[in-house]
Ligand binder design. Sequence first.
Ligand code: GCU
Length: 450
Amino acid sequence: MKRIAFAAAAAAAALGAFATAKRPSVVKGRFRPNYDESKVAPYTLEDPLAFADGRKVRGPEDWPARRREIVDLFAREMYGREPPPPETVECKTMEEGVTLAGFAIRRQVRMWFRKDRSGPHIDWLLILPRHAKGPVPAIIGLNYHGNHEMLADPQVAVPDCTWLRNGDGVTDHKPTEKHRGRRCDQRADSILPAAMLVARGYAVMTACYGQVSPDPVWNDRNPADRPGNRAWQGVFELWGARDPSATDGISSFGAWAWALSRGLDLAERTGEIDARRTVATGYSRLAKSALLAASRDERFAVCVPVQCGAGGVQLLKRDFGETVAIINRAFPHWFCRAYAKYADNEENMPFDQHLMIATIAPRGLLVLGFDDPWYDTKGEWLSCKAASPAWEILGRPGLPGGPFPAPYETRCIGPSIGYAHRTEKHGISAWDWTQILDFADNAFGRGRGR
Ligand code: GCU
């Protein structure tokens, strides 16, 4: 396979700046990420424009096959195979009313996947601009603790999740009233400024990720590979008994991405929404989910993963911050079993995350990071650079050039692929939302006045 030598690493290697042997990143259960740039060993990346057998992608006509090859590779080696499409998507409006001081309609829709409405369901909250002149674009994302957290409105139901991790607003593994409207509080690290999104002419669709697949962490002491593990509840019920020997079993990321596609199914049936103009977004594990959804489902027009962390945008052959060994130990259910073989063995991966993000091309991709070294946002920028040729061969501009931008600099945000990062805490802040809306407006050809 043709590989792109990574120039900066090679140059630094020539100066003898790198340690040679990689040290393990998990020792006796303790995480030891590298945070020292001078210890990043040289690495080489696969060429997004070369097939696995070495043939070159000669033009746009070859891209669908190369794209498929990459999507399949990630299904086999990392995220697990794609869940099957649902037998059916049955929807019922459970509640509807005017919200946000009259500027929006709140609609709560329950979705089932069997004709007889048995089995798992997902509860979607739709926030629709009430005074729009026609179908509007939509922002689609999952949330952590329930729809009632996203809109400060007493009518929004608390979801009936089977299991959520206990913590603030979650008691006995169930979401509680305590989190109602939490994401509307401007003091929060992560916000959903629903009134502003609606004012800018966007609909919002959200559902709780815990209804889709409960998300135990390693200290919940329930190894995810064990059959019957709580990770494999929620929509996993639809996919029958799990084969514990499969190396490409459906992962939680596969389920969350699948759920986002079901959100898109609902958008397509919602007259107020123009489903050709959707933005998949989220932060952290929900950013990775949005990325996987957009990678697999080409109906998503724009994807904005915010502060993805490992397993999302950042390069993992670049040894900085969270590693494959660390993430797999904490969250084995996020990936398929095949991925474990790359723990502290990233150099032998036949891929890196730049290939993953390349599968979004030629659609819009805006990567937003923050300066927590665990999340290696510089590795995200490098990943965007390495993926750029995919946009270019499809006739779209790649990542705007220049050195690694300073926090809050937006010069690396192009019309098709963009990257920016900021300081402060983990979450989607007002600053991130501004970037998301400007990028999406541009991608959807929406000017002032709309
Ligand atoms: C952990 C994990 C990250 C992940 C984050 C989250 O920090 O290491 O990879 O993105 O949790 O989703 O909250």
